[in-house]
Design a protein around this ligand. Structure first.
Ligand code: GLA
Length: 720
């Protein structure tokens, strides 16, 4: 475990994962990334063949070409025709050929400045590789951190300008990896508003396949993550490597297969809308990337990724704290509420056992609809019937915690803030605005703007007894042009992210007792950069239980269940118009952090009884869902009719099965459970029946449902 340097080999070893880099006369070559190898002996003959049209950097050696070497970083323009890791404009070109000058082992990590970083434990170690390009007068540092408790290695990169002139970075990936030629699949999480994180698996073919965002946020359409797995890998077998980025802005992740079937992976900030002027003596640090490995299939990769994120990314005080069951007034009232309505809702919630009341959009300034008042963070006392703290006291008196919605990064043209500071919006001179939900984005690249938002939000959080914050972000960025030069504008998108991380790290550290949930029209910024500060995310504005099967499947593919807010809403559903039984709405929402988002005051008595039972039951199973190991039993792929997930925690097991449409064939389904002890006995709580672990895993659990659409069943076992 940890970092070892032996001769010209660098070993970076996490729990069951190794990365081995060779120093070959100053060039860094990736010998292995994958399962643990304690000692590496080999060298790979095919890499020493003469390949036509691949450049040789030395005249007397026709078998060495950067084009066929498996590399990690830093060489561009010397005969490697694949995607570069770095593009830095210096003198009259972008050539770089970094050579290793020194290496060092650090205890703990070297954190990326002003960016989100993983938490490290005592036994984490970091390898620092320092390289130099003497012609360009640039230094490059590669940081690789190994963790004893996870199959993840984290990494980032730093470029320093050693010359006396400014240079311009046009690309700086966080990591690049060349893996052996082979037959691979690529798994990515793709989507749209209200259809976030659809799992897509496709074959890696010759060419380049990229997922990216140039929206100023990671976006609904792609997640800053990419999984490369063997073409034959299944849930339970085969190797898989995930790359993920701790960044919430413009990103790119690509896989490239070249003419020799060699495969290169890269992840980092998107080149689009990006350049970074690096003055003499200055350095630039990339966001941190994670590399997570499994040689027991995609199921184990999920578990490893979930484990790392829960233990090393989320704020520590919330990573292992049970999350409150909430009621949110958005789909219950939208903007149409007064104090009485809110208190009626809170009253009903409290009777049903719900633990947290969240007041969503519409409580501030002149915010009677979504066309105005963003930026005016002043309580509208007329609307909420007096000071905010009075309302909070009344909610607290009912035994509920209190949460509040904000959208701090935005500004409405119809707002006092815009009237005072029109120049604070992101915009380009002479171009007018491009609107989205009638709002503009504040320029967080400007420290004055960050200072204003810090003070405005801090004031409300300090003066009021708030337990939870929903931090929304409801448009993407356009009209970028606030810089006084072209280069200054090219730096704006990344500078925005640095401003955002400054803002959220300040507020979450100062108010460390408040549970923050991030939201961007649902999951429009559901990434590890935000999760480092906000341990919960509203996974989608689509609250339809059947749509949620796919969204929650995709969200949990890499992210821990405890990160995912999941609500029971009205039927027919407001987004999809679908009518779904209250039991199935509850069973699906219980596969995440349970909440309710509907008008409880107007529900039939029977629904209220079911909800009270769901809430009481969820309190029992909550640790299993939020801290348990996650196993996929049946995947709700596009067009599939069934889904099943299992959670195992200590001596408890929860299995949820959902059948979308009634068919003749699926009246009976057998689920083979996973991760149980063969000899142990498990008692099904509902009926008292006892099964052995072996029976449940090898003979399976047979689910029988009556005919009917959108039916589901949840099973709760306790080990005897
Ligand atoms: C976004 C969020 C919703 C709600 C509204 C309020 O769409 O995703 O949950 O908060 O904003 O305007």
């Amino acid at each position: 475990m940890g970092i070892r340097i032996e001769g010209n080999l660098f070993y970076i070893q996490s729990k069951e994962m190794s990365m081995i880099i060779e120093n070959k006369e100053g060039d860094l070559l990736l010998r292995h990334i994958g399962g643990k190898i304690a000692k590496y002996h080999g060298s790979n003959a095919i890499l020493e063949k003469d390949h036509a049209f691949s450049g040789n950097p030395t005249p007397d050696n026709r078998t060495f070409s950067y084009d066929t070497q498996r590399q990690v970083f830093g060489v561009h323009g010397f005969g490697d025709f694949r995607q570069p890791s770095l593009k830095i404009a210096h003198a009259n070109n972008e050539l770089t050929q970094f050579k290793l000058t020194s290496s060092e082992i650090l205890h703990g990590a070297k954190e990326a400045t002003r960016l989100p970083n993983p938490h490290t434990t005592e036994d984490a170690e970091t390898l620092v590789l320092t390289l130099e390009d003497k012609v360009a007068a640039l230094e490059l540092k590669l940081y690789y951190t190994a963790y004893a408790d996870c199959n993840t290695i984290s990494t980032h990169t730093e470029v320093r300008n050693l010359s006396d002139k400014a240079v311009v970075i046009n690309r700086a990936l966080s990591t690049m990896l060349d893996v052996p030629a082979g037959n691979y699949d690529m798994v990515t999480l793709q989507g749209a508003y209200a259809r976030e994180k659809t799992v897509r698996r496709q074959k890696v073919e010759q060419g380049i396949f990229t997922v990216a965002s140039n929206r100023g946020a990671s976006g609904h359409s792609h997640t800053p993550a990419m999984i490369l797995c063997e073409h034959t890998a299944t849930e339970d077998a085969g190797s898989a490597l995930a790359l993920q980025l701790l960044y919430s802005g413009n990103f790119q992740a690509f896989v490239q297969k070249n003419q020799l079937n060699e495969v290169r992976l890269g992840i980092g900030i998107n080149d689009d809308n990006f350049a970074w002027q690096l003055s003499a003596g200055d350095s630039f640090e990339t966001p941190v990337a994670l590399m997570t490995f499994s040689n027991q299939g995609l199921g184990k990769l999920t578990q490893e990724s979930q484990l790392f994120i829960q233990d090393h990314i989320m704020p520590k005080q919330f990573a292992h704290a049970e999350r409150p069951i909430l009621i949110n007034n958005w789909e219950a009232t939208y903007f149409d509420f007064k104090k009485e309505k809110l208190l009626d809702l809170a009253d009903e919630a409290s009777k049903l056992g719900i633990e947290l009341f969240v007041l969503d959009d519409g409580w501030f300034g002149n915010r009677f609809d979504d066309n105005r008042a963003l930026g005016d963070w002043v309580v509208n006392e007329e609307k909420i019937g007096g000071p905010l703290n009075d309302l909070i006291a009344e909610v607290h008196a009912k035994g509920l915690k209190f949460g509040l919605w904000f959208e701090p990064e935005m500004i409405s043209v119809d707002s006092d803030l815009y009237r005072a500071h029109p120049d604070w919006a992101i915009q380009a001179e002479g171009r007018g605005h491009t609107y989205s939900r009638n709002q503009l984005v504040l320029n967080l690249a400007n420290p004055d703007v960050v200072a204003y938002i810090k003070a405005a939000i801090d004031k409300i959080l300090t003066e009021n007894a708030i337990d939870y914050v929903k931090w929304d972000y409801n448009r993407n960025i356009t009209n970028i042009g606030n810089g006084d030069t072209y280069l200054a504008t090219q730096m704006q998108s990344h500078a925005y992210m640095l401003g955002l991380y400054d803002l959220v790290s300040y507020l979450t550290e100062k108010h460390s007792n408040i549970l923050f949930e991030s939201c961007s029209g649902g999951g429009g910024r559901n990434d590890l950069g935000m999760m480092r500060y906000f341990p919960q995310v509203w996974a989608s504005d689509n609250t339809d239980a059947i749509s949620r099967l796919l969204i929650q499947y995709g969200s949990s593919y890499l992210f821990p269940t405890i990160s995912m807010g999941s609500h029971v809403s009205a039927s027919p559903n407001h987004q999809m118009g679908r009518t779904t039984p209250i039991e199935t709405r509850g069973n699906v929402a219980m596969m995440g952090n349970l909440g309710y988002e509907l008008d409880l005051t107007s529900l039939p008595e029977n629904d209220k009884e079911v909800i009270a039972a769901q809430v009481a039951h969820y309190k029992d199973i909550r640790p299993v869902i939020q801290f348990g190991k996650h196993y996929r039993l049946i995947n709700p792929e596009q067009g599939s009719n069934e889904a099943a997930v299992e959670f195992v925690h200590e001596d408890k097991v929860v299995v949820t099965y959902v059948r979308t449409l009634s068919t003749i064939e699926t009246i009976e389904t057998t689920l083979k459970l996973k991760g149980l002890e063969e000899e142990s006995l498990y008692r099904l709580q509902e009926t008292g029946q006892v099964f052995s672990g072996a029976e449940l895993m090898y003979a399976g659990l047979t689910v029988v449902l009556p005919q009917g659409d959108y039916l589901s069943k949840q099973y709760y076992f306790v080990k005897q």
